[in-house]
Design a binder for this molecule. Structure first.
Ligand code: TMP
Length: 214
């Protein structure tokens, strides 16, 4: 079995930049790894991603949103993640089931216990071996994310969640912290308010540590 490592954090935490650098770091050490993301990773996942993340998309109620994330995850786990882990690869995944608890549970206010059940069902009970949480103040992250959207002059259309009110993002952040408190051994918290290379040093440190247990 390989190792399943997930990257989580609020909007604008820089985890997507860091996961790419982490992949390069592992490959430079001849460690077999795949980089993937949620929602995404498969043809179905990317089709659902467009529906879920584009602001101009159709109206989606909370429960439907939850089930669409779960559908994307079921396909992703079966088609990509489990086969890669079975082949001994390190799987680096940009968001996973914790995001559903934080966003749909704490952010949208859906029942967290029901979400846990749906997460387990859609992921065949797959749990990350380690989760790196990129922490920064919600306002700082949103400013970063909004700046990126403004700079892209309309070409960045994945802004449905960034457009939610500040209180929503505060609840998401509190949700993540509740999960971390429940499972402190799985999480490593990284201060993401620093520059990219400083953050990346910590990512390498935590990757080295988790790889040594493989
Ligand atoms: P990101 O790839 O930029 O992190 O965008 C993914 C967005 O989708 C982000 O706003 C968080 C949201 N999301 C959920 O609301 N629930 C989920 O289960 C997942 C995986 C992501």
């Amino acid at each position: 079995m390989g190792l399943f490592i997930t990257f989580e954090g609020p909007e604008g935490s820089g985890k997507t930049t860091q996961i790419k650098k982490a992949g390069e770091y592992l490959r430079s050490r001849n460690i077999s790894c795949i980089l993937t993301e949620e929602p995404g990773g498969t043809e179905l996942g990317y089709t659902l991603r467009q529906l879920l993340l584009n602001k101009s998309s159709i109206n989606i109620v909370g429960k439907a949103e939850l089930l669409l994330f779960a559908a994307a995850r079921a396909q992703h786990v079966e088609e990509v993640i489990l086969p890669a882990l079975g082949g001994g690869a390190i799987v680096l995944c940009d968001r996973f089931a914790d995001a559903t608890i934080a966003y749909q549970g704490y952010g949208r206010g859906l029942n967290v216990e029901e979400i846990r059940w749906i997460n387990d069902y859609s992921s065949r009970n797959l749990k990350p071996d380690r989760t790196l949480f990129f922490n920064l103040p919600v306002e700082t992250g949103l400013n970063r994310a909004m700046g990126r959207i403004a700079q892209s002059a309309g070409s960045h259309t994945e802004d449905r969640f960034e457009g939610e009110e500040l209180q929503f993002h505060r609840r998401v952040w509190e949700g993540y912290y509740t999960i971390i408190k429940d499972e402190p051994e799985r999480f490593r918290i990284i201060n993401a308010a620093r520059d990219i290379e400083q953050v990346f040093n910590d990512v390498c440190y935590h990757l080295d540590a988790v790889l040594s247990i493989k």
